[in-house]
Design a protein around this ligand. Structure first.
Ligand code: AMP
Ligand code: MG
Length: 327
């Protein structure tokens, strides 16, 4: 592959494609230590990893993605102890972490004094978003690096999230130092994000763990939080957006539209989230199907997807993909 795009340092560079073996992981950890950025596979989507304690590395993340500076990043860690050293985990957070970490759950919790994170990671807030990813390659990188890693999705801000190495390169080739090739992501949706209000868990973003599963562990309802003042990318109306316009709940596509099906009864669909109507499969395929539809460069129409379980997060992403774009 030939690359030669200009970086923020105004010198040409190419993105190193690293195998997910010991040598590749050691190289990726060395790049992180040098303040460089490495795209890493996680079970949700590919993350754009940088040293969360290094202000220059964090600035590079915002620059590479074109991400607005007021939007805080999720900090990825290898161990629960590392989370407890950075932040105070309320009782409910500990119960959820015991059940769902490592996994696609992010907890927004109060920072401890002396946390050492670059201020831009939390956009200057007194709270931090923490996650222990489950993907073995992400875990190996975190262990080799040995520190907190800030990692938003490895795509230009506002575009479709990357669930395969080719998606990362399509958006960021030549703008990041390395890419650890871990194949396709299993879950395919970003993490579920929870905050805590007076010790009670509230849903900030639907994601890879369903609300039903969270409520079962906590034994209480997990209300959606509407009070947060943060307007972060995942909370903006338009996000995860293909270039072409997109319509939802379409049983009869218009001529010329790329129809994305779900379940039986969509035999005429050009692409499908899951022909057998399986929500886990649909979540894993969602962004790859949107990338594929986007390449066809025609308006997109998506069949109805039930709103239960992972369907809630799928519909959340589809609504944002369909929302009117900022001018
Ligand atoms: P992503 O855009 O997938 O990297 O997810 C980052 C999301 O985490 C943001 O959209 C926020 O909703 C949330 N987030 C990160 N840090 C914080 C924080 N300190 N307080 C509240 N929400 C946060
Ligand atoms: Mg993102």
């Amino acid at each position: 592959m030939k690359r030669g795009v200009t970086t923020m340092q105004d010198r040409p560079r190419s993105t190193e494609i690293l195998a997910p073996d010991d040598a590749g992981i050691a190289r990726a950890a060395a790049l992180l230590r040098a303040g460089e950025l490495v795209a890493m596979p996680t079970e949700t989507v590919y993350g754009l990893a940088g040293d969360a304690r290094n202000p220059d590395a964090v600035a590079r993340i915002f620059k590479a993605k074109g991400r607005p500076a007021h939007n805080p990043l999720i900090v990825h860690l290898g161990e629960l102890e590392a989370a407890q050293a950075l932040a105070e985990l309320p009782q409910a957070a500990l119960r959820l972490s015991a059940r769902f970490w490592p996994g696609p759950l992010t907890l927004v919790v109060p920072l401890r004094a002396g946390h050492g994170l670059a201020p831009a990671v939390t956009a200057g807030l007194p709270s931090v978003a923490l996650r222990l990813p489950a993907h073995p390659v992400a875990r190996a990188l975190l262990a080799a690096f040995g520190g907190p890693v800030a990692a938003p999705s490895a795509n230009p801000s506002g575009r479709i999230s990357p669930t395969r190495p080719a998606h990362v390169l399509a958006g960021l080739d030549g703008r990041i130092a390395g890419l650890l090739d871990g194949g396709a992501c299993d879950v395919g949706l970003e993490s579920t994000i929870l905050g805590f209000r007076g010790g009670r868990a509230v849903l900030l973003r639907a994601g890879g763990i369903s609300r039903e599963a969270l409520e079962e562990v906590l034994g209480t309802s997990v209300p959606e939080d509407h009070g947060t003042k943060i307007t972060a990318p995942g909370q903006l109306a338009s996000h995860y957006a293909p270039r072409a316009p997109l319509r939802l709940n379409v049983r009869m596509p218009h001529p010329g539209e790329v129809w994305i099906g779900f379940g039986p009864g969509c035999d005429a669909a050009e692409l499908t989230l899951s022909a057998r109507g399986d929500l886990i499969e649909a979540a894993a395929r969602l962004f790859a199907v949107l990338h594929a539809a986007d390449r066809l460069d025609r308006p997109i129409a998506v069949a109805p997807v039930p709103d239960t379980g992972l369907g809630a997060a799928i519909n959340d992403r589809l609504r944002r993909a369909a929302a009117p774009r900022p001018a």
